[in-house]
Design a protein around this ligand. Sequence first.
Ligand SMILES: [Zn+2]
Length: 452
Amino acid sequence: MMRFILALVLAMPAFAADLDRAPAAFAYQNSKAIYVDFLSAEYNLTYDVTARTASVAAKIRFLAPEAGYPIFDLASNTVSNVTLDGAASSMQTLTSPDGASTMRTLASAVAAGEHVMMLDVPLATLVAWDNGGVNSATWLSDLSDRGYLERYMPANMEFDRVPMTFNVKFVGATKKQIIYANGDMSLLADGRTQIRFPSYFTSSSLYFHTVPEGVMAETRFSFRSIDGRELPVVIYLKPSILGGAEGTLATLKTETINILNELEGDYGPFLHPSVTIYNAGSGGMEYMGATMTSRSALGHELTHSYFARGMIPANGNAGWVDEAIASWRDEGYQRGGAFSGGANMAGRAQYVRYTDRQAYTYGEKFMRDLDNLFADKGGLKSLLREIVEKKAFEPFTTEDFISWAEGHYRVSLQQIFQQRVYRNALEEGMKSKPAESVHHQKLSLEQLHDLL
Ligand SMILES: [Zn+2]
C-alpha cells in the first residue's frame, strides 16, 4: 500500500489542474481523442552546418487522464522513429469536431496513466545556413492555428504547463553560435548547450534564437526590480550597413528601463527572471520575459510579459483579454467613452486556438468601459494588479477572468460579458472588420525568415 501511495505521489504532475482548462475529449476511431498532461518535454536540437540539415529528437512524458488517443500537435508531416512506450508507432492527423483546428495523435490508444512518446522531426522552418553557422529561431504567432511551438516540434496545447528542455548541438560550425533564450543556459560535458525553461512555460512561452557570433549587435545590463532583484537584460539587433546600432541600442535601453518602471509601478514586480529583446522591426510578438519587436511596439510587447505571458490564456477564446489590456495601455488607459454592441471574441468554436483580432479595437474599448464602470473601486487596474499578484502563470479562460472580476468587484458580471464578448456581432448587425494591429502584424514565414 505504501509503495502504491508513493508511486501515485511520484506520478503527480506538477500542474495537474491544467487539464481542467483543456478542451473536451471527443469521439475518434471507436474510442476517443483525449487531451493529456505533458509531464516533461526534452527536445534535442541538432544543427549540422556542414550538411545544412537540422532536426529535433523529442522525448515527451505525458499523463493520460483516461484511455484514448493522446492529442498533441506538430505542424510538420515528416516525422520518423515515432515510438510510444518503446514500441514503434506513427503519427495521425485529426480535426476537432467543430472543424476549428487540426491536431495530431498516435496510431494507437493509450491506457490511463503515464506514457512516453518519442519522435524525430526535421527542423526546416526559420532555419537559414550562413557564414559557417546557422540562423534559427522558434518564433511563434497567436494569430493563426498551429502557430506556437508545434510549428517546430511536438507540443501540447496552450492550457498545459510543461517543464521543457532544449539540448542544442552544432556540428561543423566554424563560428561560435550565440543563443538568445528565456531559459537557464548551461554547457553540458559533451559540448551541447542545455536550456532549461521554467516549469510554468506553455507552448506559447518559449523564446529561442541562435545566430553566428558577430551577426547581432547587443547591449547587456541589469534592471533593478522594485523587489530588489537585478534582472539581466539583453537587447539585440542586426546592425544596418549604415551603422547607428549603438545609438539605437542606447535609446532602446532607456525606453526599456522607463517601460519596466512604469509596468512595475502599475502591476508590481516584473514576473520573469530576465528580459530578452530582439529589435527586429515589423511589429512584435511576445514571449515570457522576451519579445521580438519594433521600437514602437516595445511598450505593448513588454506589457504582454504581464498579460499574455504572465497571466496566460488557456485557449484561443481567452486570447482577446491580453490584447485588449495591452491595447488599452497603448491608448493611454482611457476611461469610458462611447461604446456599444458586442464582439464574439470569447464564444467562438470551442477548439479555436488563436486570438480574435477584434481584441485590439472592440476589446480595447471594452477595457475603457470596465475601467469606467469600476472607477469608484480603483478602476480596472486594481483588478489587473490583483490578478498579476495571485494568478500569474495559471492558464485562464475567459470564464476565469469573469469570475476573478466578480470576486474582486463583488458584483455579477455575467450579463455584461454575455453582451460584450460572447454575442455574435453579425447577429447584432454590426459587422466590424477586425483591424490589422500595428503591434501584431501577421508576419508570414517568409517575412520572419528575413528577420533571422
Ligand atoms: Zn499584443
